[in-house]
Design a protein around this ligand. Structure first.
Ligand code: EPU
Length: 338
C-alpha cells in the first residue's frame, strides 16, 4: 500500500474535475482497509472514500487523504431452489456485477444496467432506475468501522434504505467503509417492465416475453440514448434528486401548469421529475461557459471541457434558484459536494 502526495484527482471522478489530493492511496484488500483505519488513525483525519467517483463534485483541492477502493471479486456464495446469493467486493464496477448476474440469468438488478460507479457505493444512496432500487434485491453488506477497524455486518433493514437514502448518509456518515455487498437474486426471472420506456423498446423489437437479457439490453439502449457517457462528456448522472411535494401543492401547480408530471408517493405526496422543472425554466441544452444542462436530459449537468467544480456548482445554484422562483419547489443535489 503506497501513499502518494499531491495527486491529481481528474482520472478518479466522472465529472473530470482537475483538483489535487494532499494524499492518495489505493486499497486492494479488507486487511489494507483495516490497517489504514487503525495504524493511520483514519477516524481523526480529513478523508474522502471513493469508488468510481461517479457521484461527487469536487469544488476545490482536497486537503486530506483520498482512499480509492479497489477490492475485487464476485462469487455465488449460496443457493436454494429459487435464489442465488452473489457477494461482490466494493471495487467491482457496478455494471460488471449486473452483467455477471444477467449472464447467469439471475434476476433482480437487470433494470440497473449501465449505472456508473462501483458496488460499494451502490448501497450508500440505494441506487435506482426504471422502477427498481437495490434495496429490492439487497441481502446484506460488510463494512469496516473506521474508528475500530472492525468488520461489521448490516442487514437490509439496518441500512434504512429510502429514495437515494441510507443510514450511511445520515447517522453512520463517515463512520464506515463498505467493503462487500451480497445480493439475493431470483432464478425464476420475473422482469420488471413497468417503466414505459422499457415497454416501448421491447415492443419495437417485437419481444413479448422478455428475458433478463432483453430487459438489460433495453435499459442499456434507453440510457445510451439520453444519458451522456462520462468517458466522452464529464458528468455525474442526475445532479438533483426528484423533489417530493404535498398533494395540495401539486394540485395547485397543475392548475397553472396542466402538463406537470407527478408520481404518487404514499397517499400525501407527489414526486415531480426535477428534469421537467429544470427544462421548464429554460436550462435544458443551455451552455454556460464550460458547463451546462444536457440537451437530452436536463437533470444531468455536464463538463464540456475544462470546467472547474466551482463553475458547475454555480450553475447548480442558479438552476436551483430558478426552479424555486418559478415553482416554489426546492431541489436538492443528489451528487455529493466536496
Ligand atoms: N423530464 C423532462 N425533461 C427532461 C428530463 C426529464 O421533462 O429533460 C421529465 C419527463 O416527464 C420524464 C420524467 O421527467 O418522463 C422522468 O425522466 P426520466 O425517466 O429520465 O427519469 P428521471 O426521474 O429524470 C430518474 C433517476 C435516474 C434514472 C431514471 C430512470 C433520480 C434523481 N434520477 O431520473 O437516475 O436513471 O430515473 O429510472 O431519481 C442517477 O441517479 O444518476 C440517474 C441517472
Amino acid at each position: 500500500m503506497v501513499i502518494y502526495q499531491n495527486i491529481s484527482l481528474k482520472p478518479y471522478n466522472t465529472f473530470g474535475i482537475d483538483v489535487k489530493a494532499a494524499q492518495f492511496v489505493e486499497v486492494n484488500t479488507v486487511e489494507e482497509v483495516q490497517v489504514l483505519c487503525t495504524t493511520f488513525n483514519l477516524s481523526e483525519r480529513n478523508k474522502l472514500i471513493i469508488g468510481g467517483g461517479s457521484n461527487i463534485l469536487l469544488t476545490k483541492d482536497f486537503d486530506g487523504m483520498v482512499i480509492k477502493m479497489n477490492l475485487k471479486g464476485m462469487d455465488a456464495i449460496k443457493e436454494d431452489q429459487n435464489h442465488v446469493w452473489v457477494k461482490a467486493m466494493c471495487g467491482e464496477p457496478w455494471h460488471e456485477f449486473v452483467q455477471y448476474c444477467v449472464a447467469k440469468n439471475l434476476s433482480g438488478v437487470e433494470n440497473l444496467s449501465l449505472i456508473p460507479g462501483c458496488v460499494g457505493a451502490a448501497p450508500m444512496q440505494n441506487i435506482g432506475a426504471y422502477g427498481v432500487e437495490i434495496k429490492d434485491s439487497f441481502e446484506e453488506l460488510f463494512a469496516i468501522e473506521i474508528e475500530s477497524g472492525k468488520l461489521v455486518k448490516f442487514t437490509n433493514a439496518e441500512c434504512k434504505f429510502g429514495y437515494r437514502e441510507s443510514v450511511f448518509k445520515h447517522e453512520h456518515k463517515n463512520k464506515f467503509i463498505i467493503v462487500a455487498v451480497t445480493f439475493k437474486l431470483s432464478k425464476d426471472p420475473k422482469p420488471n417492465t413497468s417503466y414505459g420506456a422499457i415497454q416501448e423498446v421491447l415492443k419495437q423489437k417485437g419481444i413479448e416475453q422478455p428475458s433478463i437479457k432483453d430487459v438489460s439490453e433495453a435499459v442499456i439502449a434507453i440510457r445510451q440514448s439520453k444519458l451522456p457517457d462520462p468517458k466522452v462528456l464529464g458528468n455525474s448522472g442526475s445532479f438533483f434528486k426528484n423533489p417530493e411535494i404535498p398533494l395540495a401543492q401539486f394540485e395547485k401547480l397543475k392548475l397553472e401548469h396542466p402538463s406537470i408530471p407527478g408520481y404518487p408517493v404514499g397517499t400525501e405526496n407527489i414526486k415531480v421529475p426535477a428534469g421537467w422543472l429544470i427544462e421548464q425554466c429554460g436550462w435544458k441544452g443551455k451552455k454556460v461557459g464550460n458547463t451546462g444542462s444536457h440537451k437530452d436530459q436536463a437533470l444531468v449537468l455536464v463538463n464540456y471541457g475544462d470546467a472547474t467544480g466551482n463553475e458547475i456548482y454555480q450553475l447548480a445554484l442558479a438552476i436551483q434558484a430558478s426552479v424555486q422562483e418559478s415553482f416554489g419547489i426546492t431541489i436538492h443535489p443528489e451528487v455529493n459536494l466536496i
